[in-house]
Design a protein around this ligand. Structure first.
Ligand code: NDP
Length: 247
């Protein structure tokens, strides 16, 4: 598998699962553009990749929930690199609460970053991909978008929405050389899950047939596969990476 000289944008590429993805992409020869909310953090992440893998990189501070920032950022990527081959919509947040206690802000924030952000970046990137008549988009959803999870109605709605979005956009662009797929990780050890109570982590681990939490390195190769030409005849699919938790 190779991503040699492919220009790949990864939102939320500064840490967690996104960091695993940018490292994998850089190892496969891609020119990686790291996006995070903070420009300085994104720059540091990109410099780290350059040092370790000797690959060309770009970095941008960009809030994906802001359409204007997204448009400007992706314009700057095309100006600098000339194309967009891969877009990974990985940026995401959680604001968990039981439905009776959930505020409008918690609902809106999660839907706006996790789902509307994906719409903003996709709408802009496909314009360039249409010109090229090629491109691969990988959306990071979650197994809870398939199963639901108590206390995460906002997050589950966004992640289930991302699956519908993936399939709709896949159908719109299948004949134009643009593929759109989703990856649904299970329970992955990152900052997002670090704060969960120990007891909940133990209970969740018990539900995983493979008896361990996943890592960013478990997810990244699957994203790389969907980004690469090795998956040339795959579109509109959701691949779960969850140690067998949902089957
Ligand atoms: P982290 O909290 O570790 O990282 C989140 C990343 O998203 C950071 O790089 C952050 O950048 C970026 N980000 C957050 N908000 C925005 C925004 N508005 N605009 C741009 N970037 C933003 O999360 P994970 O690595 O755990 O999660 C990554 C993705 O995987 C998410 O979509 C999550 O929902 C999904 N997922 C995670 C699972 C898990 O168990 N961890 C399971 C299933 C799915 P910065 O810090 O620079 O702001």
């Amino acid at each position: 598998m190779t991503l040699k000289d492919r220009v790949a944008i990864v939102t939320g590429g500064t840490r967690g699962i996104g960091k695993g993805i940018v490292r994998r992409f850089a190892a496969l020869g891609a020119k990686v553009v790291v996006i995070g909310t903070n420009g300085e953090t994104a720059l540091q992440a990109a410099q780290e990749l350059e040092r370790e893998f000797g690959t060309e990189t770009g970095s941008f501070g960009c809030d994906v929930s802001d359409a204007k920032q997204v448009d400007q950022t992706l314009d700057a990527v095309v100006e600098r690199f000339g194309r967009i081959d891969v877009l990974v919509n990985n940026a995401g947040i959680a604001r968990d609460n039981l439905i009776l206690r959930m505020s409008d802000e918690e609902w809106d924030e999660v839907l706006t970053v996790n789902l509307k952000g994906m719409f903003h970046t996709t709408r802009k990137a496909v314009r360039q991909m249409l010109r090229q008549r090629s491109g691969s988009i990988v959306n990071i959803t979650s197994v809870v978008g398939l199963t639901g999870n108590a206390g995460q109605s906002n997050y589950c709605a966004a992640k289930a929405g991302a699956i519908g979005f993936t399939k709709a956009v896949a159908k719109e662009f299948a004949a134009k050389g643009i593929r759109v797929n989703a990856v649904a990780p299970g329970f992955i050890a990152t900052a997002m899950t670090e704060g969960l109570p120990e007891k909940m982590k133990e209970e969740l681990s018990r539900l995983i047939p493979m008896k361990r939490l996943g890592t960013a390195e478990d997810v990244a190769p699957v994203v790389a596969f969907l980004a690469s030409d090795d998956s040339a005849y795959i579109t509109g699919q959701v691949l779960t990476v969850d140690g067998g938790m949902v089957m």
